[in-house]
Ligand binder design. Structure first.
Ligand SMILES: [Zn+2]
Length: 136
């Protein structure tokens, strides 16, 4: 299996998603797409999060369709999607939480301030969440 993590303009993301995406293509290779951020390290953090989440969903047999459907329904019901994967109802909650743990370790090693990174995701990153800052 090959893994490709790319930063692409938001307009080129699959219409089903906002800001960050993963899917397995017809060859079974993992494709991860993130939208541009202010710092390459933040794009890397987000890409690694998505890659870990996707790998664990594959391992735990969480279907892509279930993830996409949950996210789309979540977007409709919430003004932001900051914590969609943290929702206990999310079919990929466990995988998302592991991905976040690894993302946080990498964040520390890359000397990225988590709060600043999280604020950019909440306030200016593409997607429904850009409409309203996360309520934490
Ligand atoms: Zn996630």
């Amino acid at each position: 299996m090959n893994i490709s993590i790319q930063t692409i303009p938001e307009a080129q993301q699959r219409k089903e998603v906002s800001g960050a995406d993963w899917f397995f293509d017809a060859r079974g290779d993992l494709q991860v797409r993130v939208s541009p951020m202010s710092d390459w390290r933040r794009e890397a953090l987000l890409g690694i999060h998505e890659a870990v989440e996707a790998i664990m969903c594959k391992f735990n047999r969480v279907p892509q369709t279930a993830v996409d459907k949950f996210d789309q329904d979540y977007y409709l019901a919430h003004a932001d999607d900051c914590d969609a994967g943290d929702d206990p109802e999310a079919p990929y909650e466990h995988e998302h939480c592991l991905a976040t743990a690894i993302e946080r370790i990498l964040c520390a090693e890359l000397r990225v301030n988590w709060e600043d990174y999280d604020r950019e995701l909440a306030e200016t990153y593409p997607g429904p969440k850009a409409l309203k800052p996360c309520q934490k």
